[in-house]
Design a protein around this ligand. Sequence first.
Ligand SMILES: Cc1ncc(C[n+]2csc(CCOP(=O)(O)OP(=O)(O)O)c2C)c(N)n1
Ligand SMILES: [Mg+2]
Length: 295
Amino acid sequence: MAQLKVTDQDYFIPGHLGCPGCGAAIAMKFALKALGKKTIVVMAASCASIIAGPYPQSSVKVPVLHTAFATGGAAASGVRAALEMKGDTETTVVSWAGDGGTFDIGFQSLSGAVERNEDCIFVCYDNEAYMNTGVQRSSSTPFGVRTTTTPGRDWKKTRKKNIMEAMAAHRIPYAATASIAFPEDMIAKFEKAKEKKGGSRFIHIFASCATGWGAPSDMSVKIARLAVQTNVFPLYEIEDGTRYTLNYKGESRVEDYLQTQGRFRHLSKEDISRIQEMVTEEWTNLLRKAGEVTS
Ligand SMILES: Cc1ncc(C[n+]2csc(CCOP(=O)(O)OP(=O)(O)O)c2C)c(N)n1
Ligand SMILES: [Mg+2]
C-alpha cells in the first residue's frame, strides 16, 4: 500500500462522546485529516450526531450541519448550491451518515443526489445496525447477526445489501471502500475523492462498534483488520461504475473474524459454512470485475 505523508493537524479532536473503541470516531478523525479545514460536514441523525458533542461544544472543528435522518443527500446538495451562489468551488461538502442513513432511510436522497452527480463526497460509516437507538438491524446488517430486532433464533437470515454495487449502478465517478484498520489507505482515498471535484464520490467505511457487536473495546481495530484480511469487507475502488481496482487481497477464512464478536456467537458450524460460501462468492465476483480472473 502506498506510503503517505499524514498531517499532525486534526479537525476531529479529543473529548468526543463516542463509546470506548468507537470506529465511527476513528473514521471521522482520519477523514478530516485528509479533507482539511475547507470542509463542511452535513450530518444525518446517527451516533455521529451525538459523538460530535452538544452545542455549543463540538469535537468537529469544521462547520457541521446536523440534518434529519433521511436527508443527507438532499441537504449536502443544498449546501453545495449555496456555496456555488457565493462563488465558492473550493470548499468540500461531505455528507456523513451511518448505514441506516445510507442503505435505508437516506437511500432515496443519496440516489437522487448521485444521479444528479452532485459535487459532494457521500460517506457511509458502516457499523452494520442502527446503533444510536439501541442496535436495531438495518439492511447493512450481515446474515447471521443478532440485534435487538433480530433476537434469539430470529437472527438475521438475509444478506447485507451491496451498497457499492448500488452506487456503481448509478455510474458514480468514484466509489471506494475503506477501513479504520487501514488509515493510510483511507486517507489516500479521501484525498483522491477531494481532488475529484465536479461530481459525486462515495466512500463506504467499515467502522466497528464494540458496544453493538459484543466485543471488547480494545478489539475494534483488530476486528476491522480481520474483516479485510478474511475478505468479509474487501478494500477496493470503482471508477465510473465500471473500472474496479482491488487494494488488498485477503484469505477467506471467515471463522477467524466471526469468533471475535458476540453478535455471531450463536451460529452453528453449518451457518458459518454458509457465511463462508457467501463471502467466497462475493470475493470471486469482485476478482472477476477487477479483471483478476477471467472465468
Ligand atoms: C425519521 C427518524 N426516524 C428515527 C429516528 C431515530 N434515530 C436517530 S439515529 C437512528 C439510528 C441511526 O442509524 P445509523 O444511520 O446506522 O447510524 P448509527 O447510529 O448506527 O451510527 C435512529 C433510528 C430519527 N432521528 N428520525
Ligand atoms: Mg449504523
